[in-house]
Design a protein around this ligand. Structure first.
Ligand code: SF4
Length: 449
């Protein structure tokens, strides 16, 4: 959504007179039903487009020129309803906002004027829009008019050919081993996050090195391993583990919390330089944004938890940021956290803003996030089919080297590894997934990146 307005030359006296006339003309608007108001707003959008007062363009939610009046109490209707109003550049939602302002006198300069004039994002937009549109209606409008493919990562599906040693990317895939796996190598962590679904603390144990090696030595070249914890950087055999992973041609991606960046920044740089780590996932925390930005490169993805992190804070990140939006896991400490904190309200905010976030950022989701935020409903079948990467367990699995267990995902039942090989574990994971599908049990959906 993008609305750029320049308001510098209009005589204040004539503006006041014009605005008064417009308010009077719009008196009927107050008496309309909610549906009639929405239609009136939509008609005004079309009229302004016709008059070339709105210039349609996808972009950030709303950008206002810095020359907006400094009086924070001034009503925006005085600006947007003025016939002398300069052209606004708007996307679908920005257009709705501007036309709603033109019809209703309850939004001030102070409501929308943030500290960064080039990228205004205010929770008041949301409050204001909700006078007229539900979040579902906003989502429908966005998906109808902002139809270009979202910045999600491309999908791929494949089948390993044991004769040639190659992966063929066609047909229905029946992988013999996971294409990627989440790998918990420690339960130690000193960050103390109240929502930690792994319940990691300073008392958490590290995974046994010999056991970790036995798993790593079964991985196939090209497999992606998302290494996490706890704080994986705290494992005493971190370097040895990463060396073993690299020597097998496995792609190591590391997930760390932004709280740890200042302490471990040099170590992370070293791991990157030595190509021991390819991708870096950084768990977002609004108090550590500067550290996150300092660590960003093209292989860095910021991990966000819907239900914990505020979408308004996320919208303030630079548009070059790559995001992985994770669903809220009511698991571990996350159970108590959900009882004491407004997780559902935060998820509702996410549902409201997710379209805007997807357009601004290169965005991916885990399957829980897809489900909780109803992402499929925002996409055309073509976009969905070309981006969705499959159900959990179809190509992925979870390995816990601390408890020596494995599962479909980190929030599903964990089964003892015992003497099972990686292929046997993965086969079991796929069977569980298949059984759940056929018995129509609710399955979490997967990663869209
Ligand atoms: S969420 Fe991550 S950083 Fe926070 S306590 Fe748990 S493992 Fe540590």
């Amino acid at each position: 959504m993008n609305a750029t307005a320049t308001v510098t030359t209009i005589n204040p006296a004539s503006r006041k007179a014009i605005a008064k006339a417009i308010r009077e003309a719009n008196n009927n608007f107050d008496k309309m039903t909610a549906a009639q108001k929405r239609v009136a707003i939509a008609k005004d959008v079309i009229a302004q487009l016709g008059k070339e007062k709105y210039n349609a363009e996808s972009g950030t939610y709303l950008q206002l020129d810095e020359s907006l009046p400094s009086n924070k109490k001034q009503q925006l209707i005085d600006i947007f309803a003025d016939p002398e109003m300069p052209t606004c550049t708007v996307c679908a939602r920005g257009a709705m906002f501007c036309s709603a302002v033109r019809k209703f006198n309850d939004c001030t300069v102070g409501n929308v004027n943030g500290s960064d004039a080039s990228n205004l994002v205010s929770s008041n937009f949301q409050k204001y829009e909700r006078k007229f549109f539900s979040y579902k209606q906003v989502s429908l409008i966005e998906s109808a008019f902002e139809v270009e493919p979202f910045g999600c990562y491309s999908s791929r599906q494949g089948k390993y050919d044991w004769d040639t040693g190659e992966t063929k990317w066609s047909g229905v895939p029946e992988p013999q081993f996971p294409e990627s796996a989440d790998f918990k190598q420690t339960n130690y962590c000193d960050a103390g996050c109240p929502h930690c679904f792994e319940s990691s603390t300073k008392k958490g144990k590290h995974g046994d090195f010999a056991h970790i090696l036995s798993i790593v030595n079964q991985l196939h070249s090209g497999t992606e391993l998302a290494i996490g914890g706890g704080n994986p950087l705290d494992h005493p055999f971190l370097m040895e583990i990463l060396e073993a992973i690299k020597s097998r041609g496995v792609i190591a991606n590391l997930t760390v919390n932004s709280k740890h960046l200042s302490h471990y920044g040099d170590l992370i740089d070293k791991l990157r330089q030595e190509k021991l780590v390819w991708g870096l996932g950084i768990s977002y925390n609004k108090d550590y944004v500067a550290d996150i930005l300092e660590m960003m490169d093209k292989n860095t993805v910021i991990h966000i938890i819907a239900g914990v992190d505020s979408p308004m804070d996320i919208l303030r990140l630079p548009k070059e940021s790559k995001l992985l939006v994770l669903g809220y896991k009511e698991h571990g400490f996350g159970i108590k956290y959900a009882k004491n904190r407004p997780v559902q309200e935060c998820l509702n905010e996410w549902r409201y803003w997710i379209g805007t976030i997807m357009r601004k950022f290169h965005t991916s989701f885990d399957n829980l996030g897809i489900k909780q935020l109803n992402i499929q409903s925002l996409l055309s079948p073509e976009v969905w089919n070309s981006h969705y990467m499959g159900d959990d367990g179809a190509f992925t699995m979870f390995l816990d080297a601390v408890t020596e267990t494995y599962a479909v995902t980190s929030t599903k039942e964990r089964m003892p590894i015992g003497t099972a090989t990686l292929s046997e574990m993965f086969s079991r994971v796929r069977k569980l997934m298949s059984d759940a599908t056929h018995s129509r049990l609710p399955l979490p959906l997967t990663v869209l990146h």
